[in-house]
Ligand binder design. Structure first.
Ligand SMILES: Nc1ncnc2c1ncn2[C@@H]1O[C@H](COP(=O)(O)OP(=O)(O)OP(=O)(O)O)[C@@H](O)[C@H]1O
Length: 252
């Protein structure tokens, strides 16, 4: 699933929070976005996934302009996002959270409970098998019955990734997947991302942990005050003087 942004802009009042951002996430690629606090990175994700409307510019998925599609329709097309602060259902168990993320099932329509009970049961069994496989893949099986509110920061991030995967997404936008996660679990999450990517799933990732991010991505984009100030191969971008001044405070 190929994502292209062209001149994407969001203005609040007179302030352009995202200012003519153009970039590509080729199908099956892993692309990173970095930048100082308030650079507009999360707002960019909200524009791409339709949580907020753009003031200007285009978002294209596989060549089609998707500006008029709702968030739900963009997710149905195969693109979903996660949030900086995970948005799991805190009182539900890990397993229930994954079940709830599966695409709409016939059992959610009352009429089907009476007309198609057999079909509902077989659908539920299929989703249940999928959830078991997901728990195993994410190494969360041992806490399947734990309420999500009791998970560690890293486990919540894994659950968030699992919820995105349950939708069947082919392109996943991760907002700070390593924030508040211990180093061991960071590597675990990075390994899962690599594995998913080798199966063809593309990622656009916002992250402040530059070490972990640069080991994952092929291309890095740097935002500062709404604009893209550099793009390219990670080592090259991080050595760029403008980037060091904006993002790293010009040190070393
Ligand atoms: N609804 C809004 N109205 C006005 N300004 C907003 C709104 N949402 C975000 N902003 C501003 O837009 C700017 C970019 O915010 P955003 O959260 O996208 O940055 P970010 O790069 O993700 O930052 P961080 O790394 O801290 O998460 C900030 O100055 C923020 O205050």
């Amino acid at each position: 699933m190929n994502l292209e942004l062209e001149g994407l802009t969001k203005v609040y009042g007179v302030l352009p929070v995202v200012n003519h951002v153009s970039l590509k996430v080729p199908a099956g690629d892993i692309v990173g976005v970095i930048g100082p606090n308030g650079a507009g990175k999360s707002t960019l994700f909200s524009l791409i996934t339709g949580f907020i409307d753009a003031s200007e510019g285009q978002v294209r998925l596989d060549g089609k302009v998707i500006g008029t599609l709702s968030t739900v329709d963009r997710a149905r097309s195969g693109m979903v996002r996660t949030f900086q602060v995970p948005r799991e259902f805190s009182h539900l168990t890990v397993r229930q959270n994954l079940m709830a993320a599966a695409p709409k099932q016939s059992g959610e329509r009352l009429i089907n409970l009476f007309l198609r009970p057999g079909r509902i049961r077989s659908e539920e069994r299929a989703v249940s098998r999928e959830v078991d496989a997901m728990l195993e893949f994410l190494k969360l099986s041992h806490i399947a019955q734990t309420p999500a509110e009791r998970l560690s920061g890293g486990q919540k991030k894994l659950l968030e990734l699992g919820r995105a995967l349950m939708t069947g997404a082919q392109l996943i936008l991760l907002d700070e997947p390593f924030a508040g996660v211990n180093p061991v679990l960071i590597e675990e999450i990075a390994d899962r991302i690599r594995e998913l990517n080798s199966g063809g799933i593309g990622f656009l990732i916002i992250e402040h942990d530059l070490g972990a991010l640069t080991r994952l991505v092929t291309t890095l984009h740097v935002m500062d005050r709404g604009r893209l100030i550099a793009s390219g191969e990670p080592a090259e971008v991080l050595a760029n003087k403008v980037v060091r001044e904006a993002y790293l405070g010009g040190t070393s």
